[in-house]
Design a protein around this ligand. Structure first.
Ligand SMILES: Cc1ncc(COP(=O)(O)O)c(C=O)c1O
Length: 463
């Protein structure tokens, strides 16, 4: 591909080499070739530095994951020690090792539901892929061979493997990939600001969405629907905090039709929403759960799928019959990742990180809500230490800016110029700082974001 940035970066710079060699995930590749990459060089606590020495406050915890911030010596020590003691061991074929066993035990003890077994994977996508496969496996072995469909939500994000990407309900993750795969359906997003009818209350909106879900299950046939999958708060879809009554009404429908609830806590898990799990914040009773990201505070890749004992009990005789439980990854329960994750969970307790995050959520949410007064902000929503502002051209009609304006993308760029990392998701600007953030850093986030919004307002007025 001809590279328009060819002359902008020195030939042997990292930027030029990146543009020559990398295929970036989840990136507008055409835009990347116009503006070039940002090279992160080091990070400490809640701050990141680029290769030119510029300092940024981390407003997104990396990709919603670096809960303990960066450069935690204790985790580096545990990783190095585990690499020296047992750098790798498998858990296939009846082998096991201490870090995986102890992590499974610890995770089970933390679960807000009757947890039976823990399966380890590397990230959120392969864990959610596993969720779907386990739903299929379970219903096959108990003789409900028709019960296979999974209902996800529009604007949901569950990853990008073929199955997890199918669960994801965002168009760029389907287009040209021949997704979604069969048996994966999508229902409404809990997106009150955009999708409520004129005059509709939050409760009324939730009632309508639950009725739509009920209609979908009935139309498909309840005997064909295995599970509903949801993030307690859809993150990548724009931090869509569910409206009043939403999960209560949705779960009543699921219970009525015998449909399981797969709770994707990849972002919400481990203190993000003000409680250990999003399930507790929103009164969700999961059947199974996915955790990743903050499980190791992003120090190493590890994720887990937690299933109830009744599912496991159905798997055991089936594997006797077919010879093996034919699912797993070389790096399932990798000892170094597991040891770091276990220590991460201990640190959360020792330092009361979840309590700290809940305390910081108060000033964070107050500052976030105050942005609703800004002329560009149609909606300012959030829970715990996550939030988003949705930018609009007209607050009264909620009309968005035309796509070519790219208001949220411009705002994110200006935030970066002011030393703050945020992320634009469509017309939303999202925040998800490390859980270790202090009150001065909360102030710093919003002071910088306000400057970026001011720049964006000035630009949109010039258009
Ligand atoms: C809710 C949720 N589920 C799953 C995933 C996919 O995780 P990964 O990128 O580790 O595969 C993500 C990633 O952002 C996520 O936010």
């Amino acid at each position: 591909m001809s590279d328009p940035l060819h002359n902008v970066f020195a030939r042997d710079s990292l930027e030029a080499k990146d543009l020559a060699h990398m295929l970036h995930p989840a990136t507008n590749l055409a835009e990347l070739h116009r503006s070039g990459p940002v090279v992160h060089a080091k990070a400490e606590g809640a701050y990141v530095w680029d290769n030119h020495g510029n300092q940024y406050l981390e407003g997104m915890a990396g990709l919603w994951c670096a809960a303990l911030g960066y450069g935690e010596e204790e985790l580096a020590r545990v990783a190095a020690e585990q690499m020296r003691r047992l750098s790798f061991s498998q858990i296939f074929a009846a082998k096991t090792h201490e870090p995986a066993v102890l992590l499974a035990e610890k995770l089970k003890a933390m679960m807000p539901f009757e947890a039976g077994r823990v399966f380890f994977a590397q990230g959120g996508s392969d864990a959610n892929d596993t969720q779907v496969k386990l739903m299929w496996y379970y219903h096959n072995v108990i003789g409900k061979r028709e019960k296979k469909k999974i209902i996800a939500r529009r604007a949901g994000y569950h990853g990008t493997t073929a199955l997890a990407g199918s669960l994801t309900g965002l168009p760029p993750f389907h287009a040209h990939f021949d997704l979604p795969l069969p048996n994966i359906l999508h229902t409404d997003a809990p997106y009150y600001y955009r999708n409520a009818l004129a005059g509709e209350t939050e409760e009324g909106f939730s009632t309508r969405l639950a009725a739509n879900l009920d209609d979908l299950i009935i139309a498909e046939g309840p005997e064909t629907v295995a599970a509903f999958v949801a993030e307690p708060v859809p993150g990548v879809g724009g931090v869509l905090v569910p409206p009043d009554g939403y999960y209560e009404k949705i779960q009543a429908v699921l219970r009525r039709h015998g449909v399981f609830f797969i709770d994707d806590e990849v972002i919400c898990g481990f203190g993000r929403t003000g409680n250990p799990f999003g399930a507790q914040t929103f009164d969700i009773a999961p059947t199974t759960m996915t955790v990743a990201k903050a499980l190791s505070s992003a120090y190493l890749p590890i994720s887990a799928v937690i299933v109830p004992e009744f599912m496991y009990e159905a798997f055991v005789p089936a594997t006797e019959e077919v010879g093996t439980f034919g699912h797993g990854f070389t790096y399932s329960g990798h000892p170094v990742c597991a040891a770091v994750a276990l220590r991460t969970l201990e640190i959360y307790e020792e330092r009361d990180i979840f309590g700290h995050a809940a305390r910081m959520a108060r000033p964070f949410q107050a500052r976030l809500r105050a942005l609703a007064e800004h002329p560009l902000v149609g909606d300012a929503r959030g829970v715990g230490l996550m939030g988003a502002v949705e930018l609009v051209a007209d607050k009264a009609t909620k009309a968005p800016f035309p796509a070519q304006v790219g208001a949220a993308a411009y705002c994110a760029k200006r935030a970066l110029a002011h030393g703050l990392i945020v992320r634009n998701l469509g017309e939303n600007v999202a925040l998800c700082p490390p859980l270790i953030i202090d009150e001065m850093q909360v102030d710093e986030i919003f002071a910088k974001l306000e400057r970026a919004l001011g720049d964006t307002l000035a630009r949109t007025r010039r258009l």
